[in-house]
Design a protein around this ligand. Structure first.
Ligand SMILES: Nc1ncnc2c1ncn2[C@@H]1O[C@H](COP(=O)(O)OP(=O)(O)OP(=O)(O)O)[C@@H](O)[C@H]1O
Ligand SMILES: [Mg+2]
Length: 352
């Protein structure tokens, strides 16, 4: 952060020189008054009394002057800051301070106030994120839990034929998988956000790793009768294999999920100089630009009815990983035509 130019509240040369001049003027005045009294009278007791009165008046003047100065420059902002910090400490994050001087003429108090305002804004944002997060998690947990309760209840019926019993058990399994996926993703995201997952970079064959992931999705691809085209350059990279797996697993699973039967999925891996570009395209549902702008937010799902499977955490995880690895992710999409997600990993190509 660029350091701002601020006037110190304590020692300043201007303050010191002003104080010096004030004291010099007062002493000069005292000498002049003393001379004046000496010219008017020789009575030593009267002179002593008048000098005492003069000293008292000048001391009172200095005290009042210093009192007003402190009141305005120290007491007022300190009390203002104190009141604000008390409110923030009590949890009122809407508290904001009116900064005394205009920008560019800040003193240290103005800077403290500006920093306090920023802290309160951050705390307020975090509070909103926390409540949103809790309500989203509760919402996502409620649906599969309700399914589990209902189907467990229905399974208690002894008269169920084996076919129906199998179907109910399958639904139960699906709901509990949804719950465990949700918890796994929340924990992963939490670890990534708290930087508990260290980026363990290693040299690995990206072509092989990507092919292995694609193979794992083959049963799903076949089930939906999707056409799959892969075009992979041969490339070894130096990066975090486990983190990157999160990226393509989510992108491929989304491409499958949001593409109707008979659609097409293309996965391309291109090497260009030291960079690598991975594209995952589908001919599926696509999305509007409004939806496209929000897909990397936690718990966001284009289908607001949340009837499609998932919790809207996949792309939040992908974005976090790409940020950690210093890469780029972009999406191009057209409604009912399909989507293309492009990942750019910079300076990762590993030469033997
Ligand atoms: N290939 C795609 N085609 C169309 N829409 C997509 C595609 N990928 C993502 N989206 C949109 O972005 C939203 C967020 O995606 P994300 O992967 O974060 O969540 P999800 O797939 O719904 O759930 P989860 O990943 O937690 O199982 C999706 O709900 C969908 O609306
Ligand atoms: Mg997803």
């Amino acid at each position: 952060m660029k350091k701002k130019k601020v006037t110190p509240v304590g020692f300043t040369w201007i303050g010191a020189i002003s104080f010096f001049v004030l004291i010099a003027v007062i002493m000069q005045m005292a000498i002049l008054v003393y001379d004046y009294i000496r010219q008017k009278t020789d009575n030593i007791s009267l002179i002593a009394l008048l000098i005492l009165i003069e000293i008292l008046i000048l001391s009172a003047f200095c005290t009042v002057f210093d009192f007003i100065r402190r009141k305005l420059t120290v007491d007022r902002p300190t009390k203002k800051i104190l009141r604000a910090t008390e409110k923030i400490a009590e949890g009122d994050f809407s508290t904001r301070l009116d900064i005394i001087h205009e920008y560019g003429k800040y003193n240290e108090y103005d800077l403290i106030m500006e920093n306090l305002n920023k802290m309160a804004t951050e705390l307020q944002k975090n509070e909103v994120l926390k409540t949103d997060f809790i309500s989203n998690v509760s919402h996502e947990i409620k649906t599969p839990l309700a399914i589990i309760q209902n189907y467990a209840q229905m399974l208690q019926d002894d008269g169920l034929d084996p076919e129906t019993r199998r179907a109910y058990t399958k639904t139960l399994k699906g709901a509990s998988k949804r719950l465990s996926d949700l918890i796994t993703n929340i924990l992963k995201l939490n670890k990534l956000e708290n930087q508990e997952i260290q980026e363990k970079a290693e040299a690995f064959d990206l072509t092989e790793a990507l092919s292995e992931s694609v193979v794992e999705f083959e049963p799903l691809i076949e089930k939906k009768k999707l056409e799959l085209n892969c075009d992979f350059d041969d490339v070894t990279i130096f990066s975090s294999k486990s983190l990157l797996e999160i990226v393509w697993n989510n992108l491929i699973s989304n491409a499958i999920k949001f593409t109707g039967e008979g659609g097409k999925i293309e996965i391309a891996l291109k090497k260009s100089e030291q960079n690598v570009e991975i594209k995952v395209s589908d001919t599926g549902l696509g999305m509007t630009s409004e939806v496209g702008a929000k897909i990397f937010e936690k718990f966001y799902q284009g289908d607001t009815s949340h009837s499609t499977q998932g919790n809207g955490l996949g792309l939040a995880l992908v974005k976090k990983v790409i940020d950690i690895l210093g890469g780029e992710i972009s999406v191009q999409s057209e409604i009912n035509k399909g989507s293309t997600f492009t990942i750019l990993l910079k300076d990762v190509v590993y030469e033997y």
